[in-house]
Design a protein around this ligand. Structure first.
Ligand SMILES: *Cc1c(COP(=O)(O)O)cnc(C)c1O
Length: 396
C-alpha cells in the first residue's frame, strides 16, 4: 500500500500544530524501533493470550445460515475479549509501546466509554497513571462506564467545549498531549488522527484478520468471499480487512451508521454523506455542513457516532478495494434482536450494523459461498438503550 510519510493516496498525513510534531516524531521512531523487536512481540502475544483471551473464536452461525438460505456465515468473536470488544487489542499494544518509551502516564479520549474503559484497564494492569477525556454529554449518557473507569483507577475529565461529545474529547486529549509529552502517551482509540496513529492502530488490530484467515483456512480450506465489519473511526474494520487486502477475491464491506437515514441530517455515514477535509490531524472524509464546518452526527450507536473515518478507509474507498454501505438505526436494531434470538449472541449495537448487511447479502449468494462478520463487541451495554428504542423503560 502507498504509505509513504503516513499517506494513503491523498489521505492521512500529519496536520499538526508545531508543538505536537516532536511528540508524533518520537512516537513514529519508537514504533519503528519496537514493532518487530522479538521481546516486544513476545510480550504483546503473551498479553493477548493470557490477559485478553486471544485467539478469539470463529463461530459458524449455523441457524442464521440455514434461516437465510444462502452463503455460509461465520462470526469473528471480538465480543469474547476481556473488556468485551476489539478495543483491548490496540490498547494493550499502545500501552506496552508507551512503557518501552519510558512513559508513565496514558491519556485517552472516549465517546461511549468503551475505549476509556479499555485504556483504564491496560493502565491498571501495567501500573500506569490514566486520564480519560470524555464529553460532558457522554459522561451523563454513559454514567456506568465513568464509574468503571474510576473503579479501575483512572481520572475522568468531562469536556465542556463544543457539542460536549467525542470529537471534543479528541481535541481536548490532543491539547493535553501538547502540554505534557515528557511522561505522557496519547493512546488514541481508532485508525485516525495524525500519522503514525492510523498505521499503529491498524497493525495492532490486524491480529483479527490474521487469526480469521488461519481459522477459515483450517475450517473450510479456502478464503471467505466477503468480510463485513462496522465502521466508526474504522479500527475493527481495518483490523478485519488488513490481511485480506491483497486477496482481491475477498469483498471487503464496511458498514457505516446511517442513523435515521443518509437523506436526513441525523446520520454518521461519513463515506456516504461526507466530503474531503482536514480535521484531528489527518486528511480524510468528514461529515460537514454547507460552510465546511464539522457537522453534528447522530447514530443510535455511540461507538459509530464520529464525523470522520480513518484515512486508509478513505483510500480503500477511492481505489474501489472496499465498499462502504449505510445501515440505519432500525436495521441495526432488527439485526441486534435477530442475532440474539437466532444464535444466542447479543452483539454490540455497533456490530449489529455489520450483522444487518450480512442478513441482506447472504440470501443473494450461493450456498457454497462464505461470509465472515466481525462481532466487534458484546451488547450488554446496549440493552437499556434498545429497550428504550422499542418503547420499554428499563432501569439500568
Ligand atoms: C468503539 C467501537 C466500535 C467503533 O470503533 P472502530 O474504530 O470503528 O472499530 C465498534 N464496535 C464496538 C463494540 C466498539 O466499542
Amino acid at each position: 500500500m502507498s504509505e509513504r510519510k503516513g499517506r494513503f493516496g491523498e489521505h492521512g498525513g500529519q496536520y499538526m500544530p508545531e508543538t505536537l510534531m516532536n511528540a508524533v516524531i518520537e512516537l513514529e521512531e519508537a514504533y519503528e524501533k519496537w514493532k518487530n523487536d522479538p521481546v516486544f512481540v513476545k510480550e504483546l502475544e503473551d498479553l493477548f493470550r493470557d490477559y485478553a483471551g486471544r485467539p478469539s473464536l470463529l463461530t459458524l452461525a449455523e441457524k442464521m445460515t440455514r434461516d437465510l438460505g444462502g452463503a455460509k456465515i461465520y462470526l469473528k468473536r471480538e465480543d469474547l475479549n476481556h473488556t468485551g470488544s476489539h478495543k483491548i487489542n490496540n490498547v494493550l499494544g499502545q500501552a506496552l509501546l508507551a512503557k518501552k518509551m519510558g512513559k508513565t502516564r496514558l491519556i485517552a479520549e472516549t465517546g461511549a466509554g468503551q475505549h476509556g474503559v479499555a485504556t483504564a484497564t491496560a493502565a491498571a494492569l501495567l501500573d500506569m497513571e490514566c486520564v480519560v477525556f470524555m464529553g460532558e454529554e457522554d459522561t451523563i449518557r454513559q454514567a456506568l462506564n465513568v464509574y468503571r473507569m474510576r473503579l479501575l483507577g483512572a481520572e475522568v475529565i468531562p469536556v465542556k467545549t463544543g457539542t460536549k461529545t467525542l470529537k471534543d474529547a479528541v481535541s481536548e486529549a490532543m491539547r493535553e498531549w501538547t502540554s505534557r509529552i515528557s511522561d505522557t502517551h496519547y493512546c488514541l482509540g481508532s485508525v485516525m488522527g495524525p500519522h503514525p496513529f492510523p498505521t499503529i492502530v491498524r497493525d495492532f488490530q490486524a491480529v483479527i484478520s490474521k487469526e480469521m484467515k488461519a481459522q477459515i483456512l483450517e475450517k473450510e480450506g479456502r478464503l471467505p468471499d466477503a468480510v463485513i465489519a462496522c465502521v466508526g473511526g474504522g479500527s475493527n474494520a481495518m483490523g478485519s480487512f488488513a490481511n485480506f487486502i491483497e486477496d482481491t477475491s475477498v469483498r471487503l464491506i464496511g458498514c457505516e451508521a446511517a442513523g435515521r437515514g443518509i437523506d436526513t441530517f441525523e446520520t454518521a455515514a461519513t463515506i456516504n454523506t461526507g466530503r474531503s477535509g482536514i480535521f484531528h490531524g489527518m486528511k480524510s472524509y468528514f461529515c460537514q455542513d454547507e460552510y465546511g464546518q464539522i457537522a453534528p452526527v447522530y447514530s443510535i450507536s455511540a461507538g459509530l457516532d464520529y464525523p470522520g473515518i480513518g484515512p486508509e478507509h478513505a483510500y480503500l474507498h477511492d481505489i474501489g478495494r472496499a465498499e462502504y454501505v449505510p445501515v440505519t438505526d432500525e436495521e441495526a436494531v432488527q439485526a441486534f434482536e435477530y442475532l440474539s434470538k437466532t444464535e444466542g449472541i447479543i452483539p454490540a449495537i455497533e456490530s449489529a450494523h455489520a450483522v444487518s448487511k450480512a442478513m441482506e447479502l447472504a440470501p443473494k449468494m450461493a450456498k457454497d459461498r462464505i461470509i465472515i462478520v466481525t462481532i466487534s463487541g458484546r451488547g450488554d451495554k446496549d440493552c437499556a438503550a434498545i429497550a428504550r428504542y422499542r418503547g420499554e423503560d428499563l432501569h439500568e
